[in-house]
Design a protein around this ligand. Structure first.
Ligand code: SF4
Ligand code: SF4
Ligand code: SF4
Length: 205
């Protein structure tokens, strides 16, 4: 079960982490159980990748506490290497790409890399029109550019490419993976249910 909130952080700090980290259970062995959620949930800006992140993150929750938009949560599924680590769900509350990146500033260990000084260079993930058949513009059901308008890097990370899509539409939301930060605002804004455009988390690659 995944829940949100600082009260959960206390729970994680005092109980679950001790179980996972102090009980002699190897982090690498536990990681396999996290594969399913890892495909969906996104790490905060500046998060180290792979083993360095697991080694550096002390599950303190200070990044969660610092996030002004309540974007971040701590993973509290028992028995996972990811237990107590921060993440967000783009479809629910995306990252607002704060200019001062308070989550990174709050991290005491460098698990969220302080070298990230410009949020535009965050690499949380990459969005793509992964389910084009659900996109109104792509299939020509109606014109929609909700994802485009939601993007903090509108016109750079995402454009509305004009041209026949082959499925009846004339517009394709097109993401530049080199510029997209993976903030997830496009995914949240997508009017399709479920979303036609989705972020693939960097840590799950
Ligand atoms: S950049 Fe801002 S909104 Fe995004 S996770 Fe960090 S504190 Fe939260
Ligand atoms: S502030 Fe840093 S060490 Fe603490 S939970 Fe967040 S990423 Fe981990
Ligand atoms: S394309 Fe989507 S995930 Fe990428 S920066 Fe824009 S809103 Fe964020």
């Amino acid at each position: 079960m995944i829940t949100k909130g600082i009260s959960r952080r206390r729970f994680v700090q005092t109980g679950l982490c001790g179980l996972a980290l102090g009980g002699g259970i190897g982090v690498s062995l536990l990681r396999d159980s996290s594969q399913v959620w890892a495909q969906t949930f996104i790490r905060p800006p500046g998060a180290l990748m792979g083993d360095p992140f697991y080694a550096a993150c002390i599950r303190c929750g200070l990044c969660v506490e610092a996030c002004p938009y309540e974007t971040l949560r701590l993973f509290d599924y028992v028995g996972s290497a990811d237990t107590g680590t921060p993440y967000f769900v783009a479809r629910e509350i995306p990252c607002e790409m704060c200019v001062d990146i308070p989550c990174v500033q709050a991290c005491p260990t460098g698990a969220l890399d302080p070298a990230l000084e410009d949020i535009k260079y965050a690499t949380m993930g990459v969005a793509s029109l992964s389910h084009p058949h659900l996109c109104n513009s792509y299939v020509g059901a109606a014109f929609c550019d909700s994802c485009f308008r939601a993007c903090p890097l509108q016109g750079e990370a995402i454009t509305m490419k004009v041209g026949a899509t082959g499925m009846g539409g004339m517009f394709t939301p097109t993401v530049d993976p080199d510029i997209c930060t993976g903030c997830g605002k496009c995914e949240q804004a997508c009017i399709a249910q479920p979303a036609a455009i989705r972020v693939s988390p960097s840590h799950a690659e």
